[in-house]
Design a protein around this ligand. Structure first.
Ligand SMILES: Nc1ncnc2c1ncn2[C@@H]1O[C@H](COP(=O)(O)OP(=O)(O)OP(=O)(O)O)[C@@H](O)[C@H]1O
Ligand SMILES: [Mg+2]
Length: 387
């Protein structure tokens, strides 16, 4: 068997790089120009703390989204209502920003607030997968004055891990807005940590916006999680206004079925070598799953640096929960980066067992399938041999 650290391919593989070395953006830029596929299994990325703060911006997929590009479903009035409310929140942030007062004074001075000031310190977007929560969260971020950050809950806990609690408070307390996507309600320790952090930030006048996952034991009951979110953030709930967004998964509105997998492994290899997209990453799926256990999930984004298309040979059903949850995180980071997938083996809707699809993490798995299918459809369109 080939060693995981065996083969440099001319760019940012870690085969000859110590695990302490960060993957540098300059080397990754070269990746795009190299036509030989890289292998994700050969990478062990490390991200310095200062880069983590600088990178707390909307992922590439949400670079260009704005309130104006969100098309509310006319049959779901809550969608247009959420846009109106968020736009007002953004306008108020800008109005307050122009007042010249320090944030803390503005939001917490006694007596009546200026009419433009948001009544709440935070908004919480509640809805099923694919209804556009991240689209709207990123639109608010784009509309807000700087300094501002947008990150996932996991990225935020990772930042606290890297900087320490007090330093994180210092780094973020001058912000006008902090957007947290995918608040993890099923992790009690980190929920307390982040709630405490958010309490400090609210005290400093930082406005918040969040989306969340749902608690495992609630998944069968419905798709909305506002009650759970408000309970988990405890003392902070009075600061949040909840906006409910009803609707269907936008990714699959009126679209055809998932594309069939590529015929065999050789066809995937050929597609990877012949892909015009550049930045191809070619891996055997079981080896990749094994490798994911050796890389902290917070680094999966860096693992994908310079990668513009992934090619997976021999996709198999995933039977154990830890592996499946790691794959969910990888799929999320790939989805953020709009990376098309070309794969052989089982189709993505057969990836997770029936037991998993009915278990505690049902929503995570269904969302991952929704995202993987969208990326496979993209792969079939953009890599002709794969279609
Ligand atoms: N109403 C809409 N109009 C235009 N584009 C939309 C709309 N809703 C969603 N989208 C687009 O569909 C994709 C899925 O939306 P998004 O990722 O924001 O959903 P989400 O609710 O955050 O889903 P998830 O539960 O997977 O996190 C994105 O590319 C987004 O820009
Ligand atoms: Mg989202």
């Amino acid at each position: 068997m080939r060693s995981s650290f065996a083969r440099p391919v001319g760019l940012m593989t870690v085969s000859n790089v110590s695990p302490a070395s960060p993957v540098s953006p300059s080397t990754s830029a070269a990746a795009v120009a190299v036509s030989e596929p890289v292998s994700l299994v050969e990478r062990l990325p490390v991200v310095p703390a200062e880069r983590m703060v600088a990178e707390m911006v909307p992922p590439p997929r949400f670079d260009g989204v704005r309130f104006g590009t969100y098309i509310p479903d006319p049959t779901q009035p809550s969608q247009a209502a959420a846009v109106t409310r968020l736009e007002a929140f953004g306008v108020a942030l800008n109005a307050a920003n122009g007042s010249g007062e320090p944030a803390r004074k503005r939001w917490f001075r006694r007596g009546p607030q200026t009419p433009a000031a948001p009544a709440y310190s935070g908004v919480y977007l509640d809805g099923g997968y694919g209804v556009g929560k991240t689209h709207l969260l990123a639109s608010l971020w784009h509309a807000a004055p700087a300094p501002k950050s947008l990150c996932t809950f996991v990225e935020l806990t990772n930042l606290v891990g890297a900087l320490g609690f007090q330093e994180t408070v210092r780094a973020l307390s001058g912000h006008r807005l902090l957007c947290i996507d995918e608040f993890e309600l099923d992790d009690p320790g980190d929920t307390v940590l982040v709630s405490t952090l958010l309490g400090k930030l609210v005290d400093a006048g930082v406005k918040l916006a969040a989306t969340s996952n749902t608690l495992p034991d609630k998944l069968g009951e419905g798709r909305f999680a506002a009650v759970d979110f408000m309970r988990e953030i405890q003392g902070l709930s009075a600061h949040f206004e909840s906006l409910r967004i009803d609707g269907d998964d936008y990714r699959h509105r009126g679209l055809p079925q998932a594309p069939a997998p590529v015929a065999d492994d050789d066809a995937v290899t050929a597609a990877a070598h012949g892909s015009a997209i550049g930045g191809a990453a070619l891996d055997d799926f079981p080896a990749l799953l094994g490798h994911l256990a050796r890389v902290h999930p917070s680094r999966y984004g860096t693992l994908l640096e310079g990668v513009h298309a992934v090619f997976w040979r021999g996709v198999t059903p995933v039977t154990d929960q830890s592996t499946a949850l790691r794959l969910v995180v990888l799929a999320d980071r790939m989805y953020d980066r709009e990376i098309p997938i070309v794969a052989s083996g089982v189709p993505f809707d057969a990836l997770f067992s029936e037991e998993m699809l009915h278990g505690g993490y049902k929503k995570k798995y269904l969302r991952a399938i929704s995202r993987l299918v969208a990326m496979a459809r993209d792969g079939a369109e953009r890599v002709p041999a794969a279609g």
